[in-house]
Design a protein around this ligand. Structure first.
Ligand code: FES
Ligand SMILES: [Fe+2]
Length: 453
C-alpha cells in the first residue's frame, strides 16, 4: 500500500502531497452511532431561535445529521420531533400546529410534543395504534430566545446547563445564529486559539475590534483544565498596564469570550463576558452557531454594539458571516473566512501544529477522551447547573497596574495570570456581589496598588 505523505518537505514539491487525505473520523462524523455523534448526544445543544417559531409554522432543521422539526404549540410548549411522520413519513414541516402538539398534513395523525400519538383520525375508533408507537421526540427547553434540545439516551439526560453568565446583573442577552459550511470542530477550535487574534484580528489587515487593538501583541497564555472544560487566560503588557483576558470553553462546543467594545486603559477587576456561544453540528460538513451577545453598560463603555445587528445570520462585530463581498473578505478577512476556508472537514493529517496550537491540541485530546469514554460505554460527568447553583464561568477581562520587571517579565506575567486564575477559581461558587468583592480583595492583597488608577 502506498505510504501516506502528510507534508511537503522540499521546495517545489507540491506533487508529494497531491493525494487527498481523509479527515479524522473521531471528530468529523456526527451522525447517529458515530464516535463523535454519540459523544455529542450526551449534551444539550441549541437547535433553533425562538424567533423562527414565531411564524406559527414548524421549522425544519437538521441536527447531528437527524432531520427534525421544531415548533411551539398553541399552548406555548416547544416540541422537537423527528421530521418524518411515524405513519408514512410525510414531513411534519407541513404539519398543522395544534393547541397541544402538531398534526401531520397527510392523514392527520396528531402528536404531542413528547411524541405520543393523541389521535389517528382515519383509523377505527378502537384502533390501538396510538398506544403502540410514538413519533420520535426529544426534550426541549426554550430560554432567552433560543431553543435547546437533548438528543441523547433519555436515562442519561443531564439538567439544562445553566451558566452563571446568564444572569449577570445589567446584562441584556440578545440571541443570534450564524451558519457555517463546515464541520463543527473548526469554529469550536477558533475559540480556544488566542494566537489567531494576534494575526487575523491585528497584524494581517489591521485591528478589527474596537477596544482590543492591543491584540497585535503576542500574549502570555495559561490554559487550565476545569470540571467540564478548559479555562484559559492571556496577558499582554503595555507599559505598566497588564491586560488579562479570560475565556471559557465547556465541552463539547460552548465558548465565552471576554468583553467587546470596552476600554482597557485603566485598572479593572472581574469584567464579564460579552458573548456566550455554542457551535451546533448540523451534519458532518455544516454547523450553526447559536448564542447571545451580552449588552451591558458596565464593560461595553464604547457603546459601539448594536442590538439591531444581532439576530438571524448577523452579529454586531467584525467578520462573523458570509455577507461581505469576496473582495472585502480577501482584503480584510474575518473569523468566518478563516474557519470556513479550512474546508468542509479540516484534514488534521495535513496540519503542522506549533506552540501557538497548545490550546487546540489540549482540546482535541480532551474531546478524544470524552469520545473514547462514551464509545466504551462509560458515563460522562456532564456539567449541570441551575438558577440557584449555576455553572461558574470566567469569561471577561481584568486590567492591572504592575511595574515591568527588568528581567523575566514574561515569566512574571505568567505567574500573574496563574494567580489571578487561582483567585477567580477560589471565588467561583460565591454569588454576586460577594464574588467580585472577594476577587478584588485577593487581587489587592496579592498585588498591592495594582487596581489603583
Ligand atoms: S404520513 Fe403522517 S399521517 Fe400519514
Ligand atoms: Fe477570532
Amino acid at each position: 500500500m502506498q505510504k501516506k505523505v502528510r507534508w511537503s518537505t522540499k521546495a517545489y514539491d507540491g506533487y508529494a502531497i497531491r493525494d487527498r487525505l481523509a479527515p479524522d473520523e473521531t471528530f468529523s462524523h456526527v451522525g447517529p452511532s458515530t464516535l463523535a455523534g454519540e459523544y455529542l448526544r450526551r449534551f444539550w445543544h441549541p437547535v433553533a431561535m425562538s424567533s423562527q417559531l414565531d411564524t406559527g409554522y414548524p421549522v425544519a432543521v437538521q441536527i447531528l445529521c437527524e432531520p427534525l422539526v421544531v415548533f411551539r404549540d398553541l399552548s406555548g410548549r416547544v416540541g422537537v420531533l423527528h421530521r418524518h411522520c411515524a405513519h408514512r413519513r410525510a414531513s411534519l414541516e407541513f404539519g398543522r400546529i395544534e393547541q397541544q402538539g402538531i398534526r401531520c398534513c397527510y392523514h392527520g395523525w396528531h402528536f404531542d410534543i413528547d411524541g405520543t400519538i393523541l389521535d389517528t383520525p382515519g383509523e377505527p375508533q378502537d384502533s390501538a395504534i396510538r398506544h403502540q408507537i410514538c413519533q420520535g421526540a426529544y426534550p426541549a427547553v426554550e430560554f432567552k430566545g433560543l431553543v435547546f434540545a437533548y438528543l441523547g439516551p433519555p436515562e442519561l439526560k443531564p439538567k439544562f446547563p445553566f451558566l452563571d453568565s446568564l444572569q449577570i446583573e445589567g446584562h441584556d442577552l440578545i440571541p443570534y445564529s450564524i451558519h457555517s459550511p463546515n464541520n463543527w470542530l473548526q469554529e469550536t477550535e477558533n475559540a480556544i486559539d488566542p494566537f489567531h487574534s494576534v494575526f487575523l484580528h491585528g497584524r494581517i489587515s489591521g485591528p478589527q475590534f474596537p477596544g482590543l487593538e492591543h491584540f497585535v501583541d503576542l500574549p502570555v497564555v495559561v490554559y487550565r483544565q476545569r470540571e467540564g472544560g478548559i479555562v484559559y487566560a492571556h496577558a499582554r503588557r503595555t507599559g505598566d498596564l497588564v491586560r488579562l483576558r479570560f475565556h471559557d470553553y465547556l465541552y463539547p462546543n460552548l465558548a465565552q469570550n471576554g468583553g467587546m467594545f470596552q476600554v482597557m486603559d485603566r485598572p479593572k477587576v472581574f469584567g464579564r463576558t460579552s458573548l456566550t456561544k455554542w457551535v451546533t453540528p448540523l451534519n458532518d460538513t455544516e454547523s450553526r452557531k447559536f448564542g447571545w451577545r451580552h449588552f451591558n453598560d458596565s464593560d461595553e463603555v464604547l457603546r459601539q454594539g448594536s442590538r439591531e445587528e444581532v439576530g438571524w445570520e448577523k452579529v454586531d462585530f467584525y467578520g462573523q458571516t458570509a455577507h461581505r463581498s469576496y473582495q472585502e473578505r480577501q482584503s480584510n478577512p474575518g473569523d468566518w473566512d478563516a474557519w470556513t476556508s479550512q474546508g468542509p472537514m479540516n484534514v488534521h493529517d495535513r496540519e503542522y501544529l506549533g506552540v501557538t496550537d497548545k490550546g487546540v491540541a489540549l482540546l482535541r485530546s480532551r474531546l478524544r477522551q470524552g469520545i473514547r469514554a462514551v464509545s466504551q460505554g462509560k458515563n460522562l460527568d456532564v456539567l449541570e447547573g441551575s438558577e440557584n447553583r449555576p455553572i461558574p464561568t470566567f469569561g471577561g477581562d481584568t486590567v492591572l497596574c504592575l511595574t515591568k520587571k527588568s528581567s523575566g517579565d514574561a515569566k512574571f506575567l505568567e505567574s500573574v495570570v496563574d494567580s489571578i486564575l487561582d483567585i477567580h477559581m477560589l471565588a467561583c461558587r460565591l454569588g454576586d456581589p460577594d464574588r467580585e468583592n472577594f476577587i478584588k480583595r485577593k487581587v489587592c492583597s496579592k498585588y498591592p496598588n495594582s487596581i489603583q488608577q
